[in-house]
Write a protein that binds this ligand. Sequence first.
Ligand SMILES: Nc1nc2c(ncn2[C@@H]2O[C@H](COP(=O)(O)OP(=O)(O)OP(=O)(O)O)[C@@H](O)[C@H]2O)c(=O)[nH]1
Length: 317
Amino acid sequence: MSVRTQSSEQPAEAVHRAGFACFVGRPNAGKSTLTNALVGQKVAITSNRPQTTRHTVRGIVHRPDAQLILVDTPGLHKPRTLLGERLNDVVRTTWAEVDVIGFCVPADQKLGPGDRFIAKELAGIRKTPKVAIVTKTDLVDPKVLAEQLIALDQLGKELGIEWAEIVPVSAVGDKQVGLLADLLIPMMPASPPLYPEGDLTDEPEQVMVAELIREAALEGVRDELPHSIAVVVEEMLPREDRPADRPLLDIHANLYIERSSQKGIIIGPKGKRLKEVGMKSRQQIEALLGTPVFLDLHVKIAKDWQRDPKQLRKLGF
Ligand SMILES: Nc1nc2c(ncn2[C@@H]2O[C@H](COP(=O)(O)OP(=O)(O)OP(=O)(O)O)[C@@H](O)[C@H]2O)c(=O)[nH]1
């Protein structure tokens, strides 16, 4: 077993490389946080609750000799609803298309049935190289980390997966994140840059804005409304008749819930909660887009949207 540490030397390469990598792992494994750390900016929303990520968000790591495009997929899980099935399809399609798959396992939790379920699926995808990544190494001592690295190595042998690398990282502690990029880049095909320099994501702005609103809306009510919130940005338009040095972007968004009984929770007493959601997400959107924003946010009921194909399509799934 070879485990990578910072001291490993990488041979210099003259050829430009560009390609796609995706991180997989059970919910809460730290995939979104790792994507953000690699890209150096918040592109995927994170939370301490599983299954936050619904959209395939790409982050782009730029190097003089390479572009590494990260595809952040939702966690693969046993489907209970139509939404669950769709999400799993998205995950498998992504796996078949990328140049390398990073299998993420948190250092602070023993390998469990959830990890095995995903690893077994991975074993079935023969062509794509796989890298095992132990995340959140800042949470454990070296002994526990070593045990986790060995467990991953053994899991690979048991299932017939040959890990191209086994890499421990801490996205929060910024340990070995750069090294991970160094290891993934040589696995990319020789290719000119696929995105303009400086682009960090190709996710449409409206989707990222919707995700920021959803993240703010979920805060504090996850227990009551675990997966019942969807957000659609209906319109984003620069306000007319504004002087060039004082632009304002008008954003109209709808926040969908499944039942009228959930409305009170989202809006809060005298609309206080919704106001806070609006204020908080507006600040994040302004930081993301670099322009002042007027956010017009409405709560709507889309009855049982997670089970209804028509509604799912409308909400972008
Ligand atoms: N201490 C520590 N916590 C981390 C690290 N990486 C992620 N976390 C935390 O772990 C939780 C889950 O992280 P996410 O990045 O949202 O996990 P995910 O795998 O994308 O989760 P899903 O979207 O549910 O699939 C969050 O509370 C993170 O702050 C790390 O390197 N160290």
